[in-house]
Design a protein around this ligand. Structure first.
Ligand SMILES: O=P(O)(O)OC[C@H]1O[C@H](O[C@H]2O[C@H](CO)[C@@H](O)[C@H](O)[C@H]2O)[C@H](O)[C@@H](O)[C@@H]1O
Length: 315
């Protein structure tokens, strides 16, 4: 069991609150107590807010249309980056979380790409600023804090470098608790270690090799190995090539019916067709923290919404 800074609720009403994004910024948050119907709402919200790839699936139309829709053009991307730079301080997060939580115990869930780091062309260079690291460190002093990402867990850790956080990589399929005792963790959080879909590791490796060679002739295409899943990046690929890239990826996947294809921001994502996603990871972490079934717990989730998009399409 853990002990965190507690802001105990006077209001046990199980309502889901969607906090509005701050003006001029694209950070959005939602929080929900997690009991009964609220737990289901929370799960739904988590799936919507965290599973960016799933959002890609529901956009309808052809894949290439969806790929275009999820990819702001240069000016928009520059504006997005400029606005991203106005990221909030720990104090802003702290105040905003406290306000939304209405006295409940907060658990903070943060996305990495586009939230803690700016969107950049080379995914290996999506570094986090010292200022942002300080902000996350500050928040984690007060609330149990997890980073939930589509990326491989080790890679996210190497960017963030904060031992006191929980990390859920590979779209939530690979979860690990803090490796140091933080102020607000009483029990051995090291014990938190969970992996879903390990049986897919060999097949993911095989598909990685195949896709890497198929993408070789497409200038700018890059396959990223995220351990339990793969990402095929097309941010640096000429738009005229997107259709053939898409076709190549789909033709490879035809041989692997147990894998599914979704997409995010200028990226196609390949992952096991299992009933596990970022929403499940969120639930798992809440349970690991000893908060399952409690109505006074407030999962506070911070993701970045691409400008000009509605929340259901922030991909
Ligand atoms: O589900 P997420 O945690 O948001 O992960 C989605 C993808 O994030 C990363 O790619 C994105 O950021 C890159 C660096 O800024 C950018 O180059 C790319 O275009 C974006 O899609 C990550 O590299 C991917 O593996 C994730 O699938």
């Amino acid at each position: 069991m853990t002990k965190h800074a507690t802001f105990v609720s006077n209001d046990a009403v199980a309502a889901v609150v969607v906090a509005p994004a701050q003006a001029g910024r694209h950070f959005s948050s939602f929080s929900a107590p997690i009991k009964g119907a609220a737990a289901r709402d929370c799960k739904k919200q988590a799936a919507v807010a965290l599973d960016l790839a799933a959002a890609g699936v529901v956009t309808g139309g052809s894949w290439v249309e969806s790929m275009k829709a999820s990819s702001p053009r240069r000016a928009a991307a520059d504006a997005e980056h400029g606005e991203w730079m106005m990221h909030p301080s720990a104090l802003t997060w702290f105040e905003s979380a406290l306000g939304a939580a209405d006295g409940k115990q907060i658990v903070m869930f943060l996305d990495y790409d586009g939230t803690l780091s700016p969107i950049v062309e080379d995914p290996d260079r999506a570094v986090m600023s010292e200022e942002m690291r300080d902000a996350v460190r500050g928040v984690a002093k007060h609330f149990p804090t997890a980073i939930v990402s589509g990326r491989c867990r080790d890679k996210v850790f190497n960017f963030v470098k904060l031992h006191e956080l929980y990390y859920a990589g590979s779209h939530g399929m690979d979860i690990k608790g803090p490796t140091v005792q933080s102020n607000n963790v009483e029990a051995s959080a090291e014990a938190v270690h969970f992996q879903a879909g390990s049986e897919f590791l060999p097949v993911i490796e095989e598909v990685y090799r195949t896709l890497t060679s198929k993408m070789e002739p497409i200038p700018g295409a890059k396959v990223e190995h995220n351990k339990f899943c793969l990402s095929v990046h097309f941010r640096c690929v000429q738009e005229e090539e997107w259709e053939s890239l898409n076709q190549e990826v789909r033709s490879v996947l035809k041989e692997y019916p147990d894998l599914k294809l979704t997409h995010g921001r200028k990226v196609l994502e390949i992952r096991p067709s299992i009933k596990w996603d970022k929403g499940k990871a969120l639930e798992f972490l809440i349970k690991s923290l000893g908060y399952a079934g409690r109505s006074d717990v407030f999962p506070y989730t911070l993701v970045m919404i691409a400008p000009t998009r509605t929340p259901s399409r922030y991909i």
